[in-house]
Design a protein around this ligand. Structure first.
Ligand code: ADP
Ligand code: MG
Length: 586
């Protein structure tokens, strides 16, 4: 084939691949256009996860009739004149690509009117082919209607995730923009259902409540920082409120939602030493910097940015958040003195790492070095589970008692066992739950059903998993909007708090997108068991200790918790003799 210039329609489709990857990216581009047009009211409709329809209407400036067909032309923009402007961008758009790209992979209808015009105009573009401009009565503002997205690029359709995932992406995108632009009234309708409605009052905490629920929103700490040039504001979670993934760390730079690993890292660093390993904060930060400090033209979708001085941004974020967290740290529920007595605290006995909070308290009191229970290093290495015992069986253990309100001490025929009560209980609950599932699920109806208010994107994923939950013994039903009602729990959890369990389930569902059904059940089960299991730092009665030990002996895999961590440390007679110099070289 000789070299030739690609027809415009083909070039547009190629370019479109970079800008519009999925329904949520279309919504993002259209939203950004509405915001750039100064809209104070934006309504978003999607149908069939946006594949059938995406429509964004605003009451912004509108587009003059003579410019409408230009607006859907590639590299046509009203926001940028010269390359030099690139480093002083104050609008969300500037590449002049979005409308053309969207129009080349869908059937798009642009309807608009400006303040100074008497009538509105409408243009339909089907797969890149523009029709004739029509004049019609229309209020000031713009509506972009995108139908049959990707129907002319079937390959891209096949790359889309499940409808639930695509919808969730749209929901979480719109909610985040609603939060960033709290002064704008947003409405999001998904298949006719109102998923989000903000008042446009400018109160971010109000929007936060629709994203994370009222309880969470109330607990979030305020972040404020200003050094004259950099300004940061927003919210971050207290130590007791964490997630198991990094997905809930959101950053806006100069009003633009960006994904940036160094910002994530700064956030994690701000909490370093305060959260348990594998837990992450929830945060939404709005960072303002002089436009010349940030290059937004790194990627066509404008989701990545480059900073002129990234260390400075990193340290500003880290300091601002750290300060907020330290200033608001609440007094932990169980002061260490209660558990250990003041004498122990002074003598530097290390505390168990019960919860992030207790641990932080301990650190501040100058107690535990690493926050880990102190077991001699040599003992730890030698104390691996003996190979001689067949996996899955424990010898009969004689309970000696509980130490530090966290470990059980027991004696077996071959030495001493230290059992982590939390990990052990997790294992016991997990096996009970999985076992009843294969025979008959035993549900325990709640005397008082419990309503739980979720964020819209969480509600969407939970709704898809109700069957999986049901086969584990949870009876959960939709309760209007993004609320759910818990009617029954698996009998093994009868003494647990239904809401806590449900939230654990959601965390697990959010972790992965399309796992196998059987797999997701096991993962949900393990997450829920972790939440329901007796915590370290809980004093147990002798009967409870005994029951736990007996239950553990009955387990198939008693030596690890469902997440793979050990439930026990075994100090064999042999090891003890060696450590005391009764035998061997030492
Ligand atoms: P960009 O936003 O990068 O300029 P787009 O392709 O998204 O490129 O939009 C092209 C132009 O169409 C914009 O520069 C703007 O002038 C106009 N436009 C698009 N959407 C709207 C809207 N909702 N309200 C007013 N003008 C709009
Ligand atoms: Mg744009």
């Amino acid at each position: 084939m000789p070299i030739h210039i690609l027809p415009d329609a083909v070039a547009s489709q190629i370019a479109a691949g970079e800008v519009v990857e999925r329904p949520a990216s279309v919504v993002k581009e259209l939203l950004e256009n509405s915001l750039d047009a100064g809209a104070s009211k934006i309504t978003i409709l999607i149908q069939q996860a946006g594949k059938q329809l995406i429509e964004v209407s605003d009451n912004g400036t509108g587009i003059p009739a003579v410019e409408v067909s230009l607006a859907v032309t590639r590299h046509a923009t009203s926001k940028l004149a010269s390359a030099a402007d690139l480093f002083a961008i104050r609008t969300l758009g500037f590449r002049g690509e979005a409308l053309a790209s969207v129009a080349s992979v869908s059937r798009s209808t642009l309807t608009t009117r400006t303040q100074t015009e008497e009538t509105g105009s409408r243009l339909v573009v089907d797969g890149g082919d523009g029709g004739r401009l029509e004049r019609l009565a229309y209020p000031v503002g713009t509506t972009v209607r995108v139908e049959n997205l990707f129907s002319n690029v079937p390959a891209r359709l096949r790359f889309l995730k499940t409808d639930a995932t695509e919808r969730q992406q749209v929901h979480s995108l719109v909610t985040r923009y609603a939060l960033a632009y709290a002064g704008v009234q947003f409405t999001l309708l998904d298949d006719g259902k109102t998923v989000l409605q903000t008042s446009g009052s400018g109160d971010r905490r109000e929007v936060l409540a629709s994203l994370y629920g009222v309880d969470t929103a109330r607990q979030m700490l305020e972040v404020v920082f200003n050094d004259g040039e950099f300004a940061i504001e927003g919210f971050t979670s207290p130590l007791a409120l964490t997630r198991s993934n990094r997905r809930e760390m959101t950053f806006f730079i100069n009003g633009r939602w960006v994904q940036d690993t160094s910002l994530n890292a700064a956030m994690v660093q701000a909490y370093s030493g305060l959260l348990m390993v594998g837990r992450f904060p929830i945060s939404v930060l709005f960072i303002q910097l002089p436009p010349e400090e940030v290059d937004v033209n790194v990627h066509p979708a404008k989701a990545e940015v480059r900073f002129r001085n990234s260390d400075r941004v990193f340290s500003a974020v880290q300091r601002a958040v750290r300060r907020a967290v330290m200033a608001y740290s609440p007094i932990p529920a169980i002061p260490p003195q209660k558990l250990w007595g003041p004498a122990a605290a002074q003598s530097g006995v290390s505390l168990p790492q019960a919860t992030g909070l207790d641990w932080q308290f301990a650190r501040e009191a100058g107690l535990s070095g690493e926050g880990q229970p102190s077991v001699p290093q040599a003992a730890l290495q030698a104390a691996t589970i003996p190979e001689s015992l067949p996996a899955g069986s424990l010898p009969l253990l004689r309970l000696i008692g509980q130490i530090g309100a966290t470990y059980l001490v027991a004696e077996g025929p071959d030495g001493l066992y230290l059992i982590d009560q939390h990990a052990a209980h997790e294992r016991v609950l997990f096996e009970k739950l999985m076992k009843q599932r294969s025979t008959e699920v035993i549900m325990q109806p709640l005397l008082q059903p419990v309503n739980v208010q979720l964020a819209p994107h969480q509600a969407a994923s939970l709704a898809d998993s109700l069957d999986a939950l049901n086969s584990l013994g949870f009876l959960v039903e939709e309760f209007g909007g993004s609320a759910f009602r818990v009617r029954a729990l698996p009998a093994v959890f009868s003494s647990s708090d239904p809401e806590t369990l449900l939230r654990a389930v959601i965390e697990e569902i959010e972790e992965d997108e399309s796992p196998m059904q059987s797999e997701i059940e096991a993962r949900i089960a393990s997450r829920v068991c972790k939440r329901a299991a007796v915590k370290g730092g809980t004093v147990m009665t002798q009967e409870e200790q005994l029951a736990l030990l007996r239950d553990l002996e009955k387990c198939q895999s008693p030596r690890t918790c469902p997440h793979g961590r050990p439930t026990m440390i075994h100090l064999s007679v042999d090891l003890l003799e060696r450590q005391f110099g009764r035998r061997g070289s030492r």
